[in-house]
Design a protein around this ligand. Structure first.
Ligand code: FE2
Ligand code: FE2
Length: 169
């Protein structure tokens, strides 16, 4: 019965349905994080006033494209694991810290919000990598590792901005 013999298919094995379900849940949360980040970074790249905001705006504009790319990668992986990318009605916002500040000159508020958003991503993506490694899904682990590297870069860049603002204030 070579046809029916159990084959080692990693996360796509028949007996890994429960783990696939858990991964799809983790990936869906990641997908929404990226989508919300696109929304928040878009607003915060348009609203700020002042010459000094320019660098932050330029960085956010670039990040928006990267975060959108991340959301597409998470969506594709959800599908590959036999899940469905959710529709917009399932969206629940979480980024209270990235709402527009009362004062459009308040760039420090934006910088701190970005760092918090990146920290949230970094925390969640480390969790996904750990789960994927543990349950035989090197493809998800590899993909999310690459995305994690981007988020660590974003975090570091904005920490640099914050240092400069705090030194000058
Ligand atoms: Fe991202
Ligand atoms: Fe990011």
């Amino acid at each position: 019965m070579s046809q029916g013999k159990k084959r080692g298919m990693g996360i796509l094995s028949d007996d890994k349905q429960a783990e696939r379900g858990q991964l799809i849940e983790l990936l869906t949360k990641a997908y929404w994080k990226e989508i919300e980040t696109v929304m928040s970074y878009t607003a915060n790249s348009i609203n700020p006033d002042g010459v000094r905001a320019r660098e932050v705006i330029d960085s956010l504009e670039q990040d928006i494209q990267e975060e959108l790319g991340h959301s597409q990668l998470f969506g594709k992986r959800i599908k590959e694991l036999y899940g469905t990318v959710p529709g917009s009605l399932d969206f629940k916002p979480e980024q209270s810290f990235l709402q527009p500040p009362d004062d459009n000159m308040d760039i420090v508020h934006v910088i701190k919000g970005v760092i918090e958003a990146e920290n949230g991503g970094i925390e969640h993506y480390n969790k996904i990598i750990e789960f994927a490694d543990e349950h035989g899904d090197p493809v998800t682990a590899d993909m999310v590792t690459t995305i994690l590297a981007d988020e660590e870069g974003h975090k570091r860049l904005f920490e640099g901005f914050l240092r400069e603002y705090e030194r000058d204030s």
